[in-house]
Ligand binder design. Structure first.
Ligand code: ZN
Length: 323
């Protein structure tokens, strides 16, 4: 294969994804350790799966039609202060904006709340496989929501001549500087309203997006062709942002990557924990090495459905009785 083609193919690989695979795996892994004692045994036992499956949403990004939109929200497409003005809840957003438009601009904050409900159901069903699959994937979307470039339509600097900044910020920087980060984020805490917490995370990430782009612009103007270097990985030569460039950029961001990484770890732990609390704190020790049959799970799913319908009906009655 000609060298240039090889290089461009590799850059395509490097450009794909949310946080890089490395970062997503670390976020899920570290989140396990902030869980309370009744949860940590089950999650630790399955930590390799949680880490490995954290990148599944990116793997199916181009294969599943609705997948891509779950990883981001292009706030600037909605005008000024969109993060504070957009409908907080999905049904409200559907009514006001419509599904096509929502899908076109990204749905990550609403998708986090939707998956939280699914995780709560998985705990209610005491279905270990479902709990793990949803926990792992929820960890992915939460981490994406904490990446500044996942909140803007200029997500790869393509509108400002900074193509490649996405992979630089979320793959190259964490891979280079991860060992310097402090991951003590305290214990997982209960969050009453996951949907509002998701919007808060998006607002924080979005507030940093300007600096992400501006600092890189300044630096690239200053460093010119010293920006790139070649590195040998196995038999291949890869064109990469040079180590010096990455280092100065990382310094200019003054701890931002670490801050967003820590915020991701904390929030993933918080959301797993809150779903478990809201499902009535089922005994997870019982789920270690537990392999329920399809029939058992189906029966429980039916029970859960009937139970939800009863609650819905009794609410309707209350509303009718007290208009
Ligand atoms: Zn992603």
């Amino acid at each position: 294969m000609p060298r240039l083609l090889k290089i461009s193919l590799l850059s395509i690989v490097l450009l794909s994804g949310g946080w890089g695979f490395f970062a997503h795996q670390k976020v899920n892994r570290l989140s396990v350790f902030i869980l309370p004692p009744p949860m940590i045994g089950f999650y630790k036992k399955n930590i390799n799966y949680l880490s490995e499956a954290s990148v599944n949403p990116d793997r199916r990004r181009y294969a599943v039609a609705d997948e891509a939109a779950r990883h981001y929200i292009d706030l600037d497409d909605y005008g000024d202060s969109a993060v504070y003005k957009l409908p907080r809840y999905w049904n409200e957003a559907l009514k006001k904006i419509g599904n096509d438009s929502l899908q076109a601009h990204g749905v990550v904050p609403w998708h986090i709340a939707k998956m939280y409900d699914q995780l709560k159901d998985a705990f209610l069903l005491r279905d270990p496989r479902k709990i793990l699959r949803i926990s792992a994937e929820l960890g992915h979307y939460i981490a994406d929501a904490n990446v500044p470039l996942h909140t803007t339509s200029n997500y790869d600097g393509q509108k400002t001549g900074q193509t490649g900044i996405h992979a630089l910020w979320e793959s190259r920087l964490p891979e280079l500087f991860f060992t310097d980060y402090d991951f003590f984020v305290g214990k997982a805490e209960y969050v009453k309203n996951i949907q509002i917490a998701a919007w808060q995370a998006i607002a924080n990430a979005n507030a940093a997006a300007d600096s992400v782009l501006r600092f890189e612009k300044e630096l690239s103007e200053k460093m010119g062709n010293k920006k790139f270097g070649f590195e040998t990985k196995g038999k291949q030569t890869v064109k990469l942002v040079s180590g010096d460039y990455a280092k100065v950029y990382h310094q200019m961001l003054s701890g931002m990557v670490e801050r967003q990484f820590r915020a991701s770890v904390k929030m993933v732990g918080n959301v797993w924990y809150s779903a478990w609390v809201d499902a009535g704190q089922p005994d997870l020790k019982e789920l270690i090495n537990y392999n329920p049959s399809e029939e058992e799970l189906l029966k429980r799913a039916e029970e859960l459905k009937a139970w939800k319908e009863r609650i819905y009906l009794s609410r309707q009655h209350e509303l009718n009785d007290n208009p």
